[in-house]
Every structure is written in structure tokens, then in C-alpha cells.
Design a protein around this ligand. Structure first.
Ligand SMILES: NC(=O)c1ccc[n+]([C@@H]2O[C@H](COP(=O)([O-])OP(=O)(O)OC[C@H]3O[C@@H](n4cnc5c(N)ncnc54)[C@H](OP(=O)(O)O)[C@@H]3O)[C@@H](O)[C@H]2O)c1
Length: 353
């Protein structure tokens, strides 16, 4: 098939760099333009890209000239726009682009919880893409907007899905230890984070608690019926460059032994794997059996950053019944650019593009 032309908004940032890295050699997508703020527009990408490099900078991309990304700047034959815009400006800008006819797959938080906006973690709820029909009717845009979850939520929900399927879930208690790149560039000042933990991330706990229920919810006609689970989160920032680690306590509806839980994680596969999408990891959840894993430095690149790594799976006598475990995932890949590309691949395969 001819490659589908795509562009990246917010291309010079941390998520934007991972987008350009993945898209520079993508089998279905051709990276056709890179957009950033007015300050970067008209300049060579290699000269304006942020100086923290989560992935190598492809030589061909470094030579591209950055544009501002207003609707009129974008070539008409570009079909998909991947957005890594700051949330403050994403809301209005993405709507303008969808109105003009572009398909926007976005990392930014505005609209994630709107009834007619699919919030997708592809191994869990690709069927929620059907909300695009409602979006079209309700908003009258020529294009549409699909969102990927907040990074912490993307990692958490991937581990919850097989547990929900196999054992039912009553309650989830999660504490995150989130890497620095999750805050974008330049992020948290060194004098605040070295030798320290910041016990608060603005807005993060609300996102985890609410987005989880939508993603794990069931499509019921024109709406998503939220999952009937109690979720509570504490989110912290730690001095790790990339990768979010989460300590998770899950109370089940039915009793399960640790071996069954391990089996549920290890055997979990879903539509992206069945459809053999280019960015789908072979094993979405990898279980490590050593007593000191997962660790972000060792595990964040599992499955090219698209798998999450679970370890320390234990029974817990405060749960009735349930398990506790730790999970590590790459916030910029499974939590941001990688998941958005996987969504777009699924949209192509399912005929939305
Ligand atoms: N970091 C993560 O792990 C993560 C995970 C999930 C979701 N997200 C979300 O993804 C988005 C991007 O995050 P990030 O970490 O990549 O942020 P970042 O490193 O701060 O990058 C922001 C990007 O937006 C561009 N930008 C800033 N102001 C703009 C404007 N007025 N018009 C057009 N472009 C503008 C910047 O361009 P210049 O270089 O020209 O300033 C840069 O390319 C945010 O909404 C964030 O919440 C991030």
C-alpha cells in the first residue's frame, strides 16, 4: 500500500522526539512535516530539538525545517496528525485541526473524558473507536480526535485488563514513582529532584483515577459505561530519567492463586497482536521472576518500550482476596508516542483512516 502521510505537532519536545524516531522508519506512515512553536518554526529540526534525547536523532529528520503547524501550514494530503502539544494549547489547536478534516491522535489531556472522545489503550478498548460516529454527529467536524491515556494510566490499565477479565476487580490502590521525562522539557529543576522525591504531581492522581474507569469501561450503545471499580492513586516524581514504576494493590472479586495471576499476565494478548500491527509488542506484559525486578533502567525498553514489565507478585492479607505487584513501563513509548502510533495503526487496519 502507499504510505499514509503523517505529521507531528510538538515535534521538538520529549514525546515529539519519540514520535519522529518511530515514524522516521515506519512501514505504513511517511513523516511529512514537523511542527513546534513559533520560536522553532523556520529552523532546522536538529538545531531546535530539546537537548535531552530519550532516543537517537535520525540524521534525515535532523535536516527537516520545522513549521508552526497552523491549519493552513499543513499540506492537504497529510491524513494523520500526532499531537504532543502542551495541554494548555492543545485543546483549541486540535479542535481547529479536526474541524478542518485531519485525524488527530493526541497525547494531551483536554477532552480525554468527553463522552464522544475515544480514550484508547489498544490492547484494552479498540472498540471505543466506535464513539467516533457520535463525535462526528455531535460536533460536525470533518476529521476527528482520538486520545491516548495519561502515561501512568496507560501502564497501569494494561496490567489491570487481564486481571479484570479473569478474576473481576473491586478495588485498585496504586502509588507511582514517575521518571523525570514525564514532566517534559526542561522538567523539574535539579535542585528539587536530586537526592529527593517530590510527593505531588499536579492533576496526575485525578487522571489515573478517572481515565482508568473509562478505559476499562464497556461500550454501551453511544456511550462508555465506566468500570465499577474503586481506584485510588498517589503519584510521585523520582530521580529516574525515563520510566514510570507503580506499586499496585488489586482486590479481586474471586480468589486466585499467584500462579493463576502470573498466567493471566503472561498469556495476555489482544487485537493489536492478532492484527500483527507494526508497533504491537509480542508480549504486552512481561513477568520477571527475580525478586528485585522490575527496575526502570533494566526494563523500560522491553518490547521496544511497548511492553510493561511486572514483578514481585505477592498475596496480601489486607486484600480480600487479591494481589500486589510492581510494574514498570516507558512513559514516552507505551505512555505516549508509541501508544499513539499503535492506535493509528489500528485505525488504519479497522478502516477509520
Ligand atoms: N512526557 C511524557 O511522558 C508524556 C506522557 C504522556 C503525555 N504527555 C503529554 O504530551 C504533551 C507533550 O509533552 P512533552 O513531555 O513532549 O512536552 P515538551 O517536552 O515540553 O514539548 C512540548 C512541545 O510543544 C511545543 N510547543 C510549545 N508551545 C507551543 C505553541 N504555542 N505552539 C505550538 N507548539 C508549541 C514545543 O515546541 P518548542 O520546542 O518550539 O518550544 C515542543 O515541541 C503534553 O501535553 C504532555 O502532557 C507527555
Amino acid at each position: 500500500m502507499d504510505k499514509i502521510r503523517v505529521g507531528v505537532l510538538g515535534a521538538t519536545g520529549l514525546v515529539g522526539q519519540v514520535f519522529t524516531y518511530i515514524l522516521s522508519e515506519h512501514p505504513w506512515f511517511e513523516l511529512s512535516f514537523l511542527a513546534a512553536s513559533k520560536a522553532s518554526a523556520g529552523r532546522r529540526y536538529g538545531d531546535v530539538v530539546k537537548t535531552y534525547r530519550p532516543v537517537p536523532l535520525p540524521a534525515s529528520v535532523a535536516e527537516e525545517i520545522v513549521v508552526e503547524g497552523k491549519p493552513d501550514d499543513i499540506p492537504k494530503d497529510v491524513e494523520i496528525l500526532f499531537s504532543a502539544l502542551p495541554s494548555k494549547i492543545a485543546g483549541e489547536m486540535e479542535v481547529q485541526l479536526a474541524r478542518k478534516g485531519f485525524i488527530v491522535v493526541s497525547n494531551a489531556s483536554p477532552l480525554r473524558l468527553e463522552d464522544d472522545v475515544p480514550l484508547v489503550n489498544p490492547e484494552i478498548n479498540l472498540d471505543h473507536l466506535q464513539l467516533l460516529e457520535l463525535q462526528k454527529r455531535k460536533r460536525g467536524w470533518k476529521g476527528f480526535i482520538v486520545k491516548n491515556p495519561n502515561c501512568t494510566t496507560a501502564i497501569l490499565t494494561l496490567t489491570l485488563k487481564p486481571l479484570l477479565q479473569e478474576f473481576g476487580i473491586r478495588k485498585v490502590v496504586m502509588t507511582s514513582m514517575q521518571g523525570l521525562s514525564g514532566a517534559g522539557f526542561p522538567g523539574v529543576p535539579a535542585l528539587q529532584i536530586v537526592d529527593n522525591i517530590i510527593p505531588y504531581i499536579e492533576g496526575e492522581e485525578y487522571k489515573v483515577e478517572h481515565e482508568t474507569l473509562k478505559i476499562l469501561g464497556e461500550l454501551d450503545g453511544d456511550r462508555v459505561k465506566e468500570a465499577d471499580i474503586k481506584v485510588t492513586a498517589t503519584c510521585t516524581r523520582v530521580p529516574v530519567l525515563d520510566g514510570h514504576t507503580e506499586a499496585v494493590f488489586v482486590e479481586f472479586k474471586r480468589k486466585a492463586c499467584i500462579e493463576e495471576v502470573i498466567q493471566a499476565f503472561e498469556e495476555f494478548r489482544s487485537k493489536p497482536q492478532e492484527m500483527k500491527l507494526p508497533s504491537a509488542p509480542q508480549r504486552p506484559i512481561v513477568v520477571r521472576h527475580e525478586k528485585d525486578r522490575p527496575q526502570p533502567r533494566l526494563d523500560r525498553w522491553e518490547g521496544k518500550g511497548m511492553s510493561v514489565v511486572v514483578g514481585r507478585i505477592r498475596e496480601d492479607n489486607t486484600l480480600n482476596p487479591g494481589v500486589k505487584y510492581l510494574v514498570t513501563g516507558h512513559n514516552l513509548v507505551r505512555g505516549a508516542a508509541g501508544i499513539a502510533v499503535l492506535i493509528a495503526e489500528a485505525m488504519v487496519k479497522l478502516g477509520y483512516v
